[in-house]
Write a protein that binds this ligand. Structure first.
Ligand SMILES: Nc1nc2c(ncn2[C@@H]2O[C@H](COP(=O)(O)OP(=O)(O)O)[C@@H](O)[C@H]2O)c(=O)[nH]1
Ligand SMILES: [Mg+2]
Length: 305
């Protein structure tokens, strides 16, 4: 089934104006960080990364955490993990609201940071705590994860003064501190499909892209899902309707989303469909798979100067 062509549609030019300032502030603090936790959305791991982020990093070590793994197709997540590891990245899958052992997670991060230091030729142990920072594009779950890591910590030990007034280090466990404000990244949007994938996973507000276009894109993604993972039964269907309009119409009728006079309320139906997808009721669906292994050259890693 050929996919719809969204590529001819213009990009919205969505690009928050405060990005530059935030980028500079992050650069300042990055120097003090031993390990950056780059949060991405497991349903769209490539689209929710910022390739230019690496340039800002002063070769700080990075661990990719693919969050919202509870919403992603587990088989696809494994493929993504294998793909990224083959590129020389470290990857961890996470579902932060259901994180049961935050302390073990932090211990793992600490080990990674220490292994990195040794790998870079450090011969002495750190005399200060290992410092971590969480970064990622909007809506990947940074605040949720930070809050989970803080549970019970804030009250016990208040934040210590940090590098700037905003940036403070919060002790998480023996020998590990977390920067209290996660770094917000913005992806560099290359194509309309990229923009729409960011919209689907909620990184860009719906008003910017328009819910009609977003649902059309979602319908296109869902109907091409060959794994049988889409929960069409949610709408009493057993397969994708033939057109996006037919899809919205059927959902509206099933849910009784009608306007006076009996016409369907397409806007409310589209909103409902997007919400169902985002909250996992349409199934655990990954909206972009890893490229074929041979298709891409390895990610260039910056070396220490
Ligand atoms: N299903 C699921 N939802 C998550 C997860 N992490 C965060 N969320 C939800 O995603 C939304 C955005 O999270 P938030 O922490 O505000 O993202 P931030 O913008 O990166 O700080 C919230 O509604 C969270 O409840 C996750 O691992 N799984
Ligand atoms: Mg946040």
């Amino acid at each position: 089934m050929p996919s719809l062509d969204f590529s001819a549609l213009p990009l919205t030019g969505w690009y928050p104006g405060h990005m530059l300032k935030a980028g500079k502030a992050m650069q300042e603090v990055l120097r003090l960080v031993d390990l950056v936790i780059e949060l991405v959305d497991a349903r769209a791991p490539a689209s929710t990364r910022n390739p230019r982020f690496r340039e800002l990093l002063h070769s700080r070590p990075v661990l990719i955490v693919a969050n919202k793994a509870d919403l992603a197709d587990p088989a696809q997540s494994r493929s993504w993990q294998a793909y990224l590891e083959a590129q020389g990245e470290r990857v961890l899958l996470l579902d932060s609201p259901h994180l049961t052992d935050a302390s073990r997670l932090v211990a793992t991060w600490k080990q990674v940071a220490e292994a990195e230091r040794r790998g870079r030729g450090a011969t002495h142990e750190l005399t200060r705590p290992v410092r971590l920072m969480i970064a990622g594009v909007p809506n990947v779950g940074k605040s949720t994860l930070v809050n989970r890591l803080y549970e019970g910590k804030r009250v016990l030990v208040g934040p210590k003064p940090g590098v700037t007034r905003q940036n403070q280090w919060v002790p998480l466990r023996d020998g590990v501190e977390l920067l209290d404000t996660p770094g917000v990244l913005w992806p560099r949007i290359q194509t309309k499909e990229h923009e729409l994938r960011l919209g689907l996973v909620g990184c860009i507000r719906d008003e910017v892209l328009g819910i009609e276009l977003l649902t059309e894109f979602l319908w296109d993604v869902l109907r091409q899902e060959s794994s049988g993972r889409v929960n069409w039964a949610l709408y009493g269907m057993d397969a994708a309707p033939a057109t996006p309009e037919g899809f919205i119409e059927a959902v509206a009728r099933r849910r009784g989303l009608l306007l006076p006079g009996g016409r369907i309320d397409a806007e409310r139906a589209a909103t409902a469909v997007l919400k169902d997808f985002r909250e996992g009721r349409l199934g655990r669906i990954t909206i972009e798979g890893p490229p074929a292994a041979a298709a891409l050259p390895p990610v260039e890693k910056m070396e220490d100067a």
